[in-house]
Design a protein around this ligand. Structure first.
Ligand SMILES: [Zn+2]
Length: 355
């Protein structure tokens, strides 16, 4: 059952009725269905007189006691109906009260399949092999969308587990580059699903990974990049950091969204050309984080052409073929090789990695 779909009716004059238990007037609040598809009988609700009466009959108890109602509900949920949740008045660390709109978390789970049509997944299997790609996509909860015959979904799940947004992006499965012609393939789950009045509040991509480790001395430092794919590539090659992405130059690189990094050690890895812009935000980060630095390793090593192209750290990490990429090319030339590998359960050993 969806947690927030059924809730107590908001108070307005006349909304409270006679309690079915103690019989007192105007003290009984009914439960309602946010979706307006199930109407509960009059006795599903709660009495104001918690101590002297204590009557409380919840939707959960109602569905438990009424198998036919439960079947209707199950049918609706099978049809893919799930409600959007709004968490009102959540206090952010800055003390501001804000409304956070959340998408149902089962949408995330439901999207984590059909990787056969996911171009980014297919690209990653060529770079890293299936096992590593599966691990990475599970870790970052990357999903699949049917848009444009298959696209990647980058869910933005905050440290509290709220699904803030789902960004859908199209990729070329061969190059791993984004598809930008004839139009830029980018969309959002809430607009594709036509959710009216959804007020998106973005968080860092990968932010849910912060909830596993508190900001202690032993916590991994956090590395921040611009694009979601870059965070995935970097997490593959440099697992000593927790890699997060701002989701674009202006995605969520603001003081409010960055509060989640409180007490953390962070290092920024800006795309070439964006270094100055990111360095300007260090001061804001220093007021939040334990330590904040901006890497200039790309600026120092890049050629003029690379600088012009605005490469990012993923481009540098992928500059040399991985053993998996070499193997994939060999298999493309000689498909029998794959049969050998499968038959003999051969495993690719990467001497360069110590994991
Ligand atoms: Zn009562």
């Amino acid at each position: 059952m969806t947690e927030y779909r059924f809730h107590l009716q908001k108070y307005r004059p006349g909304s409270k009725t006679v309690c079915p238990e103690c019989g007192r007037k105007a003290c009984f609040t009914h439960y309602i269905d946010e979706a307006g598809r199930i109407s509960f009988p009059d006795h599903v609700g709660i009495c104001d007189h918690i101590n002297s009466c204590g009557y409380h009959y919840t939707p959960k108890e109602y569905f438990r006691d009424n198998p036919s109602a439960r079947e209707i509900l199950n049918g609706q949920e099978r049809d893919g109906y799930t409600s959007i949740t709004v968490k009102p008045s959540t206090k952010t660390p800055s003390g501001k009260e804000t409304e956070i709109f959340c998408l149902p978390s089962d949408w995330v789970e439901q999207s984590m399949r059909r990787y056969d049509i996911n171009p980014l997944y297919r690209y990653f299997t060529k770079v890293a092999g299936r096992e590593e790609t599966d691990r990475l996509f599970r870790l970052y909860k990357v999903g699949t969308s049917r848009m444009w015959n298959g696209a990647a979904v980058f869910w933005q799940i905050d440290a509290g587990g709220n699904v803030r947004a789902g960004k859908i992006m199209g990729y070329d499965a061969d190059t791993g580059h984004r598809i930008k012609t004839p139009f830029s393939q980018v969309s959002w789950v809430h607009s594709v699903r036509k959710i009216a009045d959804f007020r998106m509040k973005q968080c860092l991509f990968g932010e849910h990974l912060l909830s596993n480790t508190s900001a202690t001395k032993t916590a991994k430092p956090v590395a921040i990049v611009e694009s979601e794919k870059t965070a995935l590539v970097a997490a593959l090659f440099i697992p000593d950091f927790i890699w997060l992405a701002t989701g674009g130059m202006h995605g969520c690189f603001n003081s409010e969204a960055m509060q989640v990094l409180h007490g953390r050690e962070i290092i920024l890895f800006p795309d070439l050309k964006a270094t100055d812009e990111w360095r300007r935000r260090l001061q804001m980060l220093e007021s939040i984080c334990k330590r904040a630095t901006c890497s200039d390793v790309l600026e120092r090593t890049a050629t003029d052409n690379q600088r012009e192209a605005g490469l990012d750290i993923a481009d540098f990490l992928l500059m040399e073929d991985t053993p998996q990429m070499i193997l994939t090319r060999m298999i493309q030339r000689n498909p029998v090789l794959q049969t050998f590998i499968d038959d003999f359960g051969l495993e690719l050993v990467d001497a360069g990695r110590t994991e």
